[in-house]
Structures are given as C-alpha cells and as structure tokens.
Design a protein around this ligand. Sequence first.
Ligand SMILES: [Zn+2]
Ligand SMILES: [Zn+2]
Length: 257
Amino acid sequence: MPEIADGVFQLEIPMRYNPLGRTYSYLLLDSCTLIDTGVQSKEAFKAMLEQLKGLGMNVKDLEQIILTHLHRDHTGLVDRIRKVSEVRILAHEEAVEIQKRWAALGRRGYEETRDETKMWGGGGLLDILSRYEQAFRRPRPSLKIDGTVADGATLELEGSMLHVIWTPGHSRDHICIHDQGRELLFSGDHVFPKITSHVSLHTFQKGDPLADYLRSLERLRGLGFSIVLPGHEGVFEDLEGRINQLERHHEIRCGEI
Ligand SMILES: [Zn+2]
Ligand SMILES: [Zn+2]
C-alpha cells in the first residue's frame, strides 16, 4: 500500500457497480485516523482489514474517522467499523443539517423528485421513475456524527495538524483537509486529476451549487502544498493548473447552456 508521505497511507477500497471502481481512504498512522471509508460491502471491509493488517493495525485500533462528505462511497463502512471499535466520527456541521433534512423529507422524497423531473421537462421519464417509487420511499439511514468541524478549524492530532476548508458544491457538507506540515491536501470529491466533480441542482433546495463549487475551487489557490489526495482516480500535484482547467470547463459549459 502506498505511503504517500511520512505516516500517511492510501487504502484502496473496491467499489463494484460504479465506474469509478474504488474509493481511496487515507490513514494517518500516528493518530489512528481515517479520512473516509469507502462503500459498505463485504469486499470493501475485507480490503480495509487486509490493508490495515499490512501495517500491523487492526480496525479496533482506529480512533477517529474524518468524513469529507456524507456520500455513501465515503461513509459506507462507518457503521461496520463502529461495531468493533470506539471510533469517533467527525464531519462538517452541514452534514448534521443534511441528515435533518433527509429525516424531515421522509417518504416525500418520491413526490419531490417526481415534481422536479416534471418541472425540468422530464415528463417522459415519469414512468421509469415510478418503478423506483419504493426505493425513494425507504428512509435513508442516518449516520451518528460524534463531532462537527467548522470551516477554518484546526484539528491537532498525534503527528499531524489538519486544517479544515469548507468546500460546498459537490455536496453542501464537503470539506477538504489541508495538512500544511506534510504539504498534502485531502480533496475528497472536490477535485480530481481527470474527471470533473458531480455538481447537482435540486430545485427545492435553496442556493446555487455551481457558484458554491466555483468559489470553493478558488479557496484552494495559493495554499502552497504540493500533493493532492482525492477520494477517486489518484494522487496528483498541479492543483493550480487543475483549478484553471475546471474553471474553464464550467465557463464553456455555462456558455453552451
Ligand atoms: Zn461524493
Ligand atoms: Zn466519491
């Protein structure tokens, strides 16, 4: 398993049925901290156990998990890990708000999606959507978050000092984590080397996610780090160059629209 920097390891957690193929989880060995977990599956859990074992660690040794955001390919193994360890879960304060909204929405998720589809001219898709009605009506499992982190917070851990940068856009609760000492940026799903992050607009939610996303990209300029560690694809270096490309991409697409 690659050691990206002193005491920082990249764990590859397989993800079937998704063209991305895998999520990267990162282990900060000194503080027994994971950044993200990968999907919930037997195969994913086995991969995590084996990779931890390779470092002489057991999942029981984990002390905390910092979540870059609540998507299932990043949080899927949390409950499984929690069953066997005393791990603490940290996420951005918006993650708590998102879970409250899901709970309040409850079974109405189907109606909301149907109305939104109609409003955007997708009337022809309603038949297909209706086949998934029961799935939409199932309550979303809620994750127990033990502590929240705010924008600008510093997490002082054994062997690392992490700085939290709130980067809404891909999701409202998304954070990047900057390890200034090691010159690393854990970028979650905010910036990848090749693909663009999914930015979705939900009609019944307030805000402008693309504007948030572009502002969040700007926030990563000039941090002075050299290595970016995303949740998918792979490690890369030229962050400023990638930000320029992504901004240009969105400018072109907005122009087309
Ligand atoms: Zn995501
Ligand atoms: Zn992801």
